[in-house]
Design a binder for this molecule. Structure first.
Ligand code: HSE
Length: 305
């Protein structure tokens, strides 16, 4: 039986929020969209300048994640034509690979009618990405605090988060694999205890919507920011400037190089405008939390594609 065309929309995300390294993530209202039609063979068309480098690759991450999911359930996928657009850039720290993985899992789930729960999707996605902090908010929407140890996954989901954000995106790309090379292999026990206490306070503050305290904890991160700051041009200066303009604070978005600034209600747009004027080498965009997570829209007719 030939399936009707459908589309998958997966949000971008910002991971870590400082000391929530490899655990905390927040979905953003920028989306990866995949329009799917059954076809006689696999074909992917990437639209937009940002994704051009992916055209021609035989097996992109969306197809790989879909095939991984199908294989996990001992099934074969029917070939499809995928048309892919993205509202956010690749390899800048906004969870582009996580969104592609989640899109692939949603693709297999829909094509094979697997009826996976969010938790099952979270486990599959974490096992592909190896850390859960981008894939889980991309599945659930909102803020997620997660644990993944290679076998099981646990998440606390906070759907409503009252904050506005600005992402500052430099021209350069920074692949997560390279950015992780700056991190130490070990932390001394006393440093690890201090680092995890800072993270505990971050999470408690986030759940209470106390962004001032959360931003203070972001500044005190010991897990990754001290090692990565050198990779992010003007990071400390930009943070200081944004705070002087009314932002709560900032964190490296995922593994960078983008920066995410957190601001009170109705402040982000004016700070975005002022920072854009002062730092023309960065692209600044106001973003908001996404609350829905990945969505599959089956009401699209093939003719609409
Ligand atoms: N937690 C990850 C990191 C997010 O900071 O390396 C990027 O994939």
């Amino acid at each position: 039986m030939k399936l009707d065309a459908f589309s998958i929309h997966v949000p971008a995300s910002t991971a870590n929020l400082g000391p929530g390294f490899d655990s905390v993530g927040l979905a953003l209202n920028r989306y990866l969209s995949v329009h799917v039609q059954q076809a006689s063979e696999w074909k992917t068309v990437f639209y937009g300048e940002e994704l051009q480098s992916l055209n021609g690759e035989e097996k992109n991450l969306i197809i790989q994640a879909a095939q991984f999911t199908a294989k996990h359930f001992h099934k074969d996928l029917p070939p499809c034509k995928l048309e892919v657009e993205s509202g956010f850039p690749l390899s800048k720290g906004m969870g582009s690979s996580a969104s592609a993985i989640v899109a692939g899992i949603e693709l297999a789930n829909t094509l094979l009618n697997l009826q996976l729960s969010k938790k099952e999707k979270a486990l599959l996605a974490s096992s592909i990405e190896k850390h859960p902090d981008n894939v889980i908010p991309a599945i659930y929407g909102g803020l997620t605090i997660s644990f993944y140890n290679g076998k099981s996954v646990e998440t606390v989901h906070v759907p409503d988060v009252a904050v506005e954000m600005i992402v500052a995106i430099p021209d350069d790309v920074l692949h997560t694999k390279d950015s992780r090379k700056s991190l130490p292999n070990l932390l001394p026990f006393n440093k690890a205890v201090e680092a995890s206490a800072i993270s505990n306070v971050l999470v408690a503050a986030l759940i209470k919507n106390d962004w001032k305290k959360a931003a203070d904890m972001m500044n005190r991160d010991l897990f990754h920011e001290p090692f990565r700051t050198k990779n992010i041009p003007f990071y400390c200066e930009l943070k200081e400037k944004a705070v002087s303009l009314g932002a709560y604070g900032a964190a490296i978005s995922g593994s960078g190089p983008a920066i995410v600034f957190f601001t009170p209600h109705q402040k982000a747009a004016s700070i975005t405008e002022q920072l854009s004027y002062m730092y023309p080498d960065y692209l600044f965009e106001t973003v908001f939390p996404d609350r829905k997570g990945a969505v599959v829209n089956k009401s699209l007719s093939a003719a609409a594609l």
